[in-house]
Design a protein around this ligand. Structure first.
Ligand code: GDP
Ligand code: MN
Length: 381
């Protein structure tokens, strides 16, 4: 579960990581009142679950309450990479002398938490890693040994932070961030930028926190932060139907029986020059009703132009899936082209069942099926 900036900052505040004072608002008038309350220059920040808000015009400084209200009018309703802004965070503006970057996440290869710290903050960390890898200090923490203060010092020296006053504050922040990461069952805690003010004060100007969904039962206070309105309505519908569905932003719908097969299907569609509209796993033993439910979910996506249904029959019998497809086409009145690849148990019988339908296209291999699905998506109006 991804947290909004203001929620991540609330966790940071609890762990003693310095953040600016602020408040949440949903209307320009509320922003004006919040700015009045804060009583000085403020920054109005779009609260959306995506990065790059600054560049998209979602972060603006305001000199007085009237200006804050005007800036809020610009930001509320803005679309930032498909996320519409409904809430803004208004906080006391900070003066920035330096922008650093600090994060902790899992290094899955090494199976340990990994800290990253660099003086090259404010920009995307991937860019730093690519263009100036020597500027990025990395440090793994052995979870069995736990965290030791010398590790924070090593990280800070490694990043080339040589001001003793900054070192002291950042060491404390690193230690607090580790506690926050572990105690909240987080998967990512990122501060970008971690700023130094002209007076030499270090603080977190932004936050990006992801908490492990499987651990939310241990954190009712964090679980409550979930914004039900921000969840894609289609994903909610899929969950109700018991279908594993992830919305993507392409045109070719992907359906496979088994997560591994569905993921390979996503890759093959990309190889064939298409863009997947979703990832959908029918699961093992998919019966006809499950196929109907699944097609009902994915066909609600209006951007989708064709569907690639990739079935490997093992326990699942291909003919059963074929019957499901036929009844879904009938029940739902589907008109979208559906390309089907069958292999395994009863594949021949399944292919025969689909022969007569004008919208069903049976292809012998996964790659041919992917090419066909991409072609049909391009031809579609
Ligand atoms: P992001 O673009 O989504 O990562 O949003 P951030 O919270 O990181 O803000 C983007 C940029 O806005 C930061 O890198 C800062 O340069 C700038 N910014 C944010 N808050 C302040 C502030 O209080 N004062 C000043 N001067 N700049 C700010
Ligand atoms: Mn940021």
């Amino acid at each position: 579960m991804d947290l909004y900036e203001y929620q991540g900052k609330e966790l940071f505040r609890r762990y003693g990581i310095p953040v600016s004072q602020g408040s949440l608002a949903t209307a320009p008038k509320e922003v004006r009142a919040a700015a009045q309350e804060l009583g000085r220059q403020v920054v109005v920040k779009a609260q959306v679950l995506t990065g790059g808000r600054g560049k998209a015009g979602g972060v603006k400084l305001a000199d007085d309450p009237a200006d804050a209200e005007a800036k809020a009018r610009d930001i509320l309703g803005l679309d930032i990479s498909g996320h519409v802004v409904h809430k803004v965070w208004v906080e006391s503006a900070s003066e920035i002398a330096k922008e650093y970057y600090l994060s902790i996440t899992f290094d899955r290869g090494i199976k340990r938490p990994l800290f990253m710290l660099t003086r090259e903050g404010g920009i995307e960390i991937e860019q730093v890693a690519e263009e100036k890898p020597e500027a990025l200090a990395r440090l793994h923490v052995d979870p069995l040994e736990g965290f030791h203060p010398y590790q924070a010092r090593r990280l800070v020296y490694g990043a080339g932070i040589d001001d003793p006053n900054e070192q002291k504050q950042i060491v404390a922040i690193v230690e607090s961030l580790y506690r926050c990461f572990v105690e909240c069952d987080a998967m990512l805690c990122e501060i970008n930028p971690l700023i130094v003010t002209p007076e030499g004060e270090v603080k977190a100007l932004d936050s990006k926190v992801t908490v492990d969904d499987s651990a939310l039962f241990r954190h009712p206070d964090i679980a409550e932060m979930r914004d039900v309105e921000a969840v894609d309505p289609l994903e909610t519908f899929a969950a109700e139907k018991g279908v594993t569905y992830v919305k993507l932003d392409g045109e070719v719908g992907i359906l496979g029986n088994g997560a591994g097969l569905a993921m390979s299907t996503v890759d093959v569609v990309v190889v064939a020059g298409g863009r997947p509209a979703n990832f959908c796993d029918l699961g093992g033993g998919g019966n006809a009703q499950k196929v109907v439910d699944t097609l009902e979910v994915i066909t609600r996506d209006e951007q989708m132009r064709s569907i690639l249904f990739n079935v490997f029959g093992g326990i699942t019998r291909c003919d059963e899936v074929a019957r499901g497809i036929l009844s879904a086409v009938g029940q739902l009145g589907l008109e979208l082209p559906i390309v089907v690849r069958f292999d395994g148990t009863n594949a021949d019988e399944a292919r025969r069942l689909l022969e007569d339908s004008p919208i069903l296209h049976v292809e012998p291999t996964m790659l041919e099926a992917a090419h066909r699905a991409v072609e049909l998506a391009e031809e579609a109006p």
